[in-house]
Design a protein around this ligand. Structure first.
Ligand code: HDL
Ligand code: ZN
Length: 414
């Protein structure tokens, strides 16, 4: 067939396609400049990423939580720089990531001069910097995490912000599913006729809330993170609200539902955002969820490495389940490699191999530089194995396949 690539060129072509494919980053915590201080960027935000805060306390166990939290952002960043970059070589994935972003921005890290690096950032404008990061990372758009229950974010939405097209909303509803009493108070204060008891009217009002915010945000999906104990079906506020409200609205609007399962919140509360851990979920809950809701598209990512192969097999049973990303504690080269290989081997091109989960804009550069390399390596091997049978792909087919799995092709709305 015309255009087929010679076997010895296949791996290189796959890596090129992976390195140049425009990325639709399906899950991040980023915001456009119109969201003000919610958009985090710059070297001090990079250094005080909660992954590095956890690592700081291991490098400097004599540091007290109280002392650290009392410091300002710059002093916290100084402490992390000294402990994790100077007193120890920055070899962890989160440390290497800071250096990858800085060096790809053209900043000389060999001088190890944090003051000079800060001066570089001080010379940037936020708008210009957003363009620079999207260009360097090759990301075409990011899906945000937009939580109406967040006291800092809701006022921004109430002011009807202009939203840069590169930032796609996602309606985040952890509060509804994980803290109904707290959510009920806020909904009632906003004028929804909801009681703690999940009466018919209360469920109707929760659906009204979801519809009103879906109208407002036009989200790519509704999302929630859930504990390892997630069960389905379940006679609990979570189980009832999930069935009667979230899934009902999802079906009615054709909205995918993103579930991120396996997070154990605040096992060490003193670490704050860095204090969460993980647990293995009972995968049969996902089997029942997908079986009972065949018309809902589920985007699923699990936090435990031990759940990953099971997730691939459940996805083979239910076409309405799309696994995505190597989430959080899994977003490290050794595990991305393992997860991507088992996903391609069991699911072919029907999974979304990666998302960044970036919280700081600059992280798009490193998280995608690192992931393009690892996912690209695994894909190259799989296409080489295919070509060894004599089945030779064209460049267009390889680019088609790569764009589908990392460019948003599997998200039926974008
Ligand atoms: O719930 C989530 O979206 C998680 O990704 C948490 O935000 C977590 O703190 C995180 O940043 N992981 O990368
Ligand atoms: Zn996240």
């Amino acid at each position: 067939m015309a255009g087929q690539i010679a076997r010895e060129k296949v791996a290189q072509t796959v890596r090129e396609a992976m390195n140049t494919a425009p990325i639709l980053d399906i899950h991040t915590h980023l915001y456009p400049p119109s969201f003000g201080g919610l958009l985090l960027w710059g070297v001090d935000e990079l250094l005080t990423y909660h992954y590095l805060i956890a690592e700081l306390f291991r490098a400097k166990p004599e540091t007290t939580y109280d002392k650290f939290w009392k410091l300002g952002k710059t002093k916290q960043a100084d402490m992390i720089w000294d402990a994790l970059f100077i007193a120890n070589s920055p070899v962890s994935e989160a440390c290497r990531g800071v250096l990858t972003s800085l060096s790809r921005l053209g900043i000389d890290v060999s001088g190890r001069d944090l003051g000079r690096i800060r001066k570089w950032f001080a010379a940037q404008t936020v708008e210009g910097y957003v363009d620079k990061v999207f260009e360097l990372s090759g990301v075409s758009a990011v899906v945000m995490t937009n939580n109406p229950f967040d006291d800092e974010e809701k006022p921004v939405w109430d002011a009807k912000p202009k939203i840069d097209k590169r930032f796609i909303p996602a309606l985040r509803i952890d509060n509804l599913l994980n803290d109904w009493p707290g959510a009920q108070k806020k909904l009632a204060a906003w004028g929804y006729k909801v009681e703690t008891a999940l009466t018919k009217q209360t469920l109707e009002e929760i659906r009204r809330f979801l519809n009103e915010w879906a109208d407002r945000m036009k989200p790519a999906y509704m999302a929630a993170s859930l504990p390892p104990s997630f069960a389905y079906p379940e006679d609990s506020s979570r189980g009832i609200i999930l069935d009667e409200c979230v899934l009902a609205v999802a079906k009615q609007r054709g909205l995918p539902v993103g579930l991120m399962i396996g997070v154990k919140k605040l096992v060490n509360p003193d670490l704050r955002l860095a204090g969460d851990s993980l647990g293995k979920m009972d995968i049969s809950a996902l089997e029942r969820l997908c079986l009972s809701n065949p018309r809902v598209r589920f985007l699923i990512t699990l936090l435990s490495r031990e759940n990953q192969h099971e997730l691939c097999i459940v996805a083979r049973k239910f076409a309405n389940l799309t696994p995505f990303g190597c989430w959080w504690f899994l977003n490290n080269p050794s595990i991305i490699r393992e997860m991507t290989a088992e996903r391609i081997e069991t699911l072919g091109l029907s999974c979304i191999p990666q998302h960044s989960d970036a919280r700081v804009l600059d992280q798009l550069i490193y998280k995608w530089t690192h992931s393009r390399a690892v996912v690209g390596d695994v894909l190259a091997q799989k296409y080489e194995d295919m070509a060894a049978t004599g089945w030779l792909p064209t460049r267009a087919e390889i680019e088609r396949d790569v764009r589908k799995i990392v460019g948003g092709g599997l998200l039926n709305r974008y």
